[in-house]
Design a protein around this ligand. Sequence first.
Ligand SMILES: *Cc1c(COP(=O)(O)O)cnc(C)c1O
Length: 195
Amino acid sequence: MSVQSSPATDKAVARALKDVAARIDSAVKRSGRTQPVRLVAVSKTKPAGAIQEAYDAGHRDFGENYVQELLDKAPLLPGDIRWHFIGHLQSNKARALLEGVPGLACVQTVDSAKLADRLNRIATDLQRQQKLGVMLQVNTSGDESKAQVAAALGVSADSLELSMGMSGDFEQAVEMGSTNVRVGSTIFGARNYSK
Ligand SMILES: *Cc1c(COP(=O)(O)O)cnc(C)c1O
């Protein structure tokens, strides 16, 4: 099924995406790093048509916060979208999420060993072609939390990604080492929760 996009907003979304990408590039240059930064376009509350517009402009990484909303939208959109789950995930919704969204690339909000175990078990059961990416939520107010996570995993800190930065602060986040920014309203416009 293909979703029609309206020409007026089409240009607005494409333009905003280009602008955000250019601002990320500049921030990467200022930071002196070479590691690429992934732009996750946060499409929560936005209709499938708006996501299709961003897709048509070449974008592939999208972020959603609510399981049911993602389950509703993903089947309406192209199968090569890389979905990033960025909301709180209850363990009892994990199976529905993985079954209903084959293009789920990453759960960015793993906040318990229980959830990690469950995701691992379900991903194995489903024999996913692509490994499911995960990010651990760390409490950044504790100085050593990052180092502790890296030591516990037995991997070097620079092989890890860091998801930090939204519309209001993504450039600073990139300058501070973020490799994954989650930008919503700057791309899709303000969200309307009244509906
Ligand atoms: C909504 C949301 C974003 C995007 O926020 P904007 O300010 O619209 O860019 C990013 N991350 C999370 C976890 C969110 O819930």
